[in-house]
Design a protein around this ligand. Structure first.
Ligand code: MN
Length: 416
């Protein structure tokens, strides 16, 4: 690994190398919420760096890093993102460029920081873009013969989710209650969900707004995306199954979704672009694009019983998604729906072709028929109270590595 391309000490296995420079919002005992960029085990406090004069010629508005979210910075546009990224690269690689001299007041240990939601999320949309996932769920819910609905290979299927319950890594949530129809019963019951599940997803954040009536073409979609995060779209399968016909997901989904706190910029992900799966039949012209439109991002899911140890339960990859993020955004806006800086788009569960690459417990245990054996001797069909789930993601190539860190969440019992 050539991760040591900085005067700062960066651990060999770090996700936060000089090639990454992801943005987040953090606070410490000394300071309230402010914007930062992760590097190694530390954070560049952007507000402190600005105060120290390190960005003087970049035309950044006063206070832009102290608003408690990144929306105002993101709204300055991709010329500003690129200029700041270039400046940070210089400051971190050249020890005489000015940062080292003020490191005591500008660098913060990640261990001393609390991470918050990085953006104020306006709208949240969740797609359903993995063919393997849609097929697996279709087989379980409808049988093998019509697993994929007739529209699935023509439309990046999605629904409008709920942004109020998106939480950052480290924030626990309570097991949801709701209506469900027990097997064999004719009338529903009310109670705690018994089939609480994960969805291994990734999300992207809008970096450039549009006006009502505008459309974003598939070729211009990249200009409207700021960066990506890990996304765990918690799902109550029993509530979902009873409610989802005819209008789709509702209370089985909107009680919580967890994201990793560092937004990895699209510029950092550029070297990891790869081809997406071939689409057959051919999609309509407004969804057609050429070249490498997916990303080779390794994804891992770990389950930890409370007091136990992390156990790897799935390994997948962003590149398995049938629909690309550019097609998702083009489709979402083709009717004139406007988008805003800070909007969040999630991919849908990212399942791969093999059983160990499925992105939900529903699939990994095949509706609970094949429970996961844990090292402590217990087993899981779905999640238990106090279980921890961690998703990690990283890219690696030519001796360089960038990563997303992790999103870790504990499930609490039903709230009385
Ligand atoms: Mn989902």
């Amino acid at each position: 690994m050539s991760n040591s391309n900085s005067w700062l000490e960066i651990p060999q296995s770090s996700d936060f190398t000089i090639y990454n420079l992801p943005y987040g919002i953090f606070s410490t005992n000394q300071n309230g919420k402010r914007a930062g960029v992760a590097i190694g085990n530390q954070i560049v406090d952007l507000a402190a760096a600005q105060a120290a004069g390190l960005f003087n010629d970049l035309n950044l508005p006063a206070g832009v890093f102290e608003t408690g979210q990144l929306n105002d910075f993101i709204s300055l546009g991709n010329g500003t993102w690129s200029a700041l990224r270039a400046r940070l690269t210089t400051l971190l690689s050249d020890e005489n460029a000015g940062l080292k001299a003020v490191a005591d007041s500008v660098l913060v240990n990640q261990a001393d920081a609390t991470m918050h939601l990085p953006v104020q999320i306006g709208d949240y949309t969740d797609f359903y873009s993995s063919m393997e996932h849609a097929t697996n769920v279709g087989i379980m819910f409808r049988g093998k013969d019509n697993a994929l609905m007739p529209n699935w290979k023509h439309i990046p299927v999605g629904y409008h989710g709920r942004s109020s319950s998106i939480i950052p890594s480290g924030t626990p949530f309570h097991r949801p209650k709701g209506q469900m129809l027990p097997a064999g019963a004719e009338t529903p019951v009310f109670g705690p969900s018994k089939l609480l599940d994960i969805e291994l997803e990734m999300g992207f954040i809008v970096g450039k707004s549009t006006e009502l009536g505008d459309t974003v073409s598939v070729d211009n979609a990249k200009d409207h995306i700021f960066g990506m995060v890990l996304f765990n779209d918690w799902s109550a399968r029993d509530i979902q199954k009873w409610e989802y016909v005819p209008l789709g997901p509702f209370l089985g989904k909107n009680f919580a979704s967890s994201i990793s706190p560092w937004i990895v910029p699209m510029q950092a992900l550029e070297p990891y672009r790869v081809a997406s799966p071939k689409q057959d039949p051919q999609v309509l012209p407004y969804l057609q694009h050429e070249g490498n439109n997916s990303y080779d991002i390794h994804l891992e899911v770990y389950l930890r019983p409370d007091g136990g140890e992390d156990q790897l339960i799935s390994k997948s990859n962003h590149k398995y998604l049938y629909w690309t993020i550019f097609q998702q955004l083009a489709h979402h806006t083709v009717n004139g729906c406007n988008i805003n800086v800070g909007d969040m788009y999630a991919s849908g569960t990212i399942s791969g072709p093999t059983k160990d690459s499925f992105g939900s417990l529903l699939e990994l245990t095949w509706r609970g028929e094949n429970p996961i054996q844990l090292k402590d001797g217990s087993e899981r069909k779905f999640l238990q109270d106090f279980d921890w789930i961690t998703i990690k993601g990283y890219c690696q190539k030519d001796g360089q590595r960038i990563g997303f860190g992790e999103v870790t969440t504990q499930i609490l019992p039903v709230k009385d």
